[in-house]
Write a protein of this length. Structure first.
Length: 82
């Protein structure tokens, strides 16, 4: 499975998975706060063109990005939707 597209600053990327596992259970904490059980997100998360998986997946792979070109790529991106 190969993935390709553009990240939020408009750079092209290619990502190739080498190994992938399904996560059945997990725990997470941030400081003293329990972040709860894993579950589907209420809204689809995206990184540019890439839809982040809605289920727990652990993957090892390689990613390649085109070189940053300040004439074509933004240094910052907006987090507002619309």
């Amino acid at each position: 499975m190969g993935l390709s597209g553009r990240v939020p600053n408009h750079q092209r990327f290619i990502a190739n998975r080498l190994l992938i596992w399904s996560v059945r259970s997990s725990t997470a904490r941030m400081g003293n706060q329990d972040l709860g059980d894993i579950h589907h997100l209420p809204e689809q998360a995206r990184l540019g063109d890439l839809c982040i998986p809605q289920r727990g997946i652990f993957a090892v792979g390689r990613a390649f990005f085109e070189p940053l070109d300040l004439a074509r790529h933004a240094l910052t991106t907006s987090t507002s939707s619309g």
